[in-house]
Design a protein around this ligand. Sequence first.
Ligand SMILES: NC(=O)c1ccc[n+]([C@@H]2O[C@H](COP(=O)([O-])OP(=O)(O)OC[C@H]3O[C@@H](n4cnc5c(N)ncnc54)[C@H](O)[C@@H]3O)[C@@H](O)[C@H]2O)c1
Length: 344
Amino acid sequence: MAHCTRPSVNTHYIGRRHYHSNGDPPRILITGSLGQLGTGLARLLREKYGIENVIMSDIVKPTKDIVKSGPYVFGDILDFKCLQEIVVTYRIDWLVHFSALLSAIGEQNVPLAIRVNIEGLHNVMELSKQYNLRVFVPSTIGAFGPDSPRNPTPNITIQRPRTIYGVSKVHGELLGEYYHHKFGLDFRCLRFPGVISSDTQPGGGTTDYAVQIFHDAIEGKDFECYLKPTTRLPMMYIDDCLRSLWEMLVAPEESLRRRTYNVTAMSFSPEEIVSAVRKHFPNLSVSYKPDSRQYIADTWPEVFDDSEARQDWGWRHQYNLEAMCQIMFDNLHRQHQLEATVAR
Ligand SMILES: NC(=O)c1ccc[n+]([C@@H]2O[C@H](COP(=O)([O-])OP(=O)(O)OC[C@H]3O[C@@H](n4cnc5c(N)ncnc54)[C@H](O)[C@@H]3O)[C@@H](O)[C@H]2O)c1
């Protein structure tokens, strides 16, 4: 492994404290950027720091729109040299590490989940240490398990997850905190709940049903839910999720009592989201057919306590269940109209 180091970044300590001292914005790499969260995060960060300063990467062939939207490179998280080349070539300052196999997919291919979620993370940590990067790694409600208090689940409590996804995320939290204490790595981590978005499909998690219901409702399909009607889980609309990520990224060092925080916006069960969706689509037909994802959901938090994030760096959510349903249907209506116009 090559040992390349670069001088630490001086930042303004008044106002735009996350900019370089010469006024240049940070240059940011997003791994796994073609998943549910990456495209929206790239858009948000490009609005703040400029298109050329945010590099998207993934192992997936991008659409033309992605290529037109700004820099996109092949980046395999399992290939240290490949990541090293990107960091050097693009003079990266911050790294947002999104590559992962999510909970349900991970259970279907445990060896691959170990490689991507654990070995991939090791590469990211080592790279971030060598090049003095600020690194953001998302964790999840899946980092808790049946021994954790579920309602509410505090920031610090027992974590004994039962999925390889959860195990790899606890490992990520602990390793990041260790690198912070041992080497001064600027590691930042948020535990996200289920994230709901309209422009990209979810990536095989246990909370995907809460996205699928909107698509089925608007397309006039019957909605079959793989969880029981009363299974309550914490959730968040994507705009809140990405804003919390950015706020954590730029939070002043001295406001962070911890390197890992719970964040959330709401908690609901399938029967509750069904009645919220039926206010827009009263005829939506719903059936329940619990599958293996029910076992995962039964071990996860029902209500997430994010009071420490609210206290320490001022986290506030904007979207509750009602507001989220409204914006999801507004967005999906617009997308369907656009597709119909293009097809004509
Ligand atoms: N979406 C959610 O509800 C949610 C909730 C909590 C935490 N998270 C975390 O946020 C992050 C992003 O989630 P997402 O929903 O966008 O995931 P996703 O599954 O939609 O996307 C993950 C991306 O990782 C890429 N990837 C897989 N193997 C790779 C490899 N070897 N090298 C590089 N990239 C590779 C995939 O191609 C994919 O585009 C993940 O770490 C996830 O654990 C997501």
